[in-house]
Design a protein around this ligand. Structure first.
Ligand SMILES: N[C@@H](CCC(=O)N[C@@H](CS)C(=O)NCC(=O)O)C(=O)O
Length: 237
């Protein structure tokens, strides 16, 4: 169901937006910056697309050559990395409540959680998804899916130890690190991997998902989701 994305362009043909604008697919990593924008109360635009946009929205690659979500434009800034956009937003809009300052004793921990959210906690899940769902039946691999499910569960150890003693990741309060890591855990649930979560991790995720900003952002684009509406599934065609 392509929507024939139309982009506004300046005199040099460069895509421009009037507000910070996020291109998003329901349930995908673009939920990280969408949730962040909601928590921060920024005036933004969101463009929802059917997953995967590189197939369903041919024009999208004109803007984001990777064809992945998220994509984000804020003035002259253009970004494609979900955790990087979260990091950018909190610094660019100097949102004290959601960030840990560079001179704070927990700054290194904060960055570590931010980076861990994608490189360590999300990466193995992409292999589970790819080899159990996205690939055509003849290319699926239960062995790869099983191996990376176990990899993901093993990589939760550090988080589990931390959450046994803390309510949030840093600063005794909810920060951008919780959005970044929380999304990876949320994806794990939608991916059927919750059975490997400890009680501490389950309780932590429930706290995060109870936030109004999470509930609002998690619902955006639901009508276009092939995960919710399987008849929209185009990846394997
Ligand atoms: N490192 C990027 C990865 C972006 C990415 O791969 N997004 C996935 C959705 S979660 C995507 O767009 N997949 C569709 C495709 O590969 O065509 C990030 O964290 O934002």
């Amino acid at each position: 169901m392509p929507t024939d994305l139309v982009f506004e362009k300046d005199s040099e043909g460069k895509i421009i937006t009037t507000k910070p604008t996020l291109w998003h697919c329901h349930g995908s990593r673009s939920l990280r910056p969408l949730w962040a924008l909601e928590e921060m109360g920024i005036d933004y635009d969101v463009v929802s697309m059917q997953f995967p946009p590189r197939i369903n929205e041919p024009n999208y690659k004109e803007m984001n050559v990777l064809g992945t979500v998220p994509y984000f434009i804020d003035g002259q800034q253009r970004m494609s990395e979900s955790t990087g956009i979260c990091h950018y937003l909190v610094e660019r809009y100097n949102h004290a409540a959601l960030k840990i300052d560079i001179d704070d004793a927990e700054y290194a921990d904060y960055l570590n959680w931010l980076y861990m959210s994608d490189a360590t906690l999300l990466f193995p899940q992409t292999l589970v998804l790819r080899y159990s769902l996205f690939e055509p039946a003849e290319r699926q691999s239960p062995q790869v899916a099983e191996d990376y499910k176990n990899w993901f569960w093993a990589r939760l150890k550090r988080l589990d130890q931390h959450l046994a003693r803390h309510t949030y990741l840093c600063g005794n309060r909810f920060t951008m690190a919780d959005i970044a890591v929380g999304y990876a855990l949320y994806l794990g649930v939608t991916n059927g991997l919750e059975s490997g979560y400890s009680e501490s991790i389950k309780g932590y995720l429930a706290r995060l998902m109870d936030r109004e900003a999470f509930k609002k952002s998690a619902a955006v684009g639901e009508k276009l989701s092939p995960f919710v509406h399987p008849e929209l599934w185009t990846m394997r065609k």
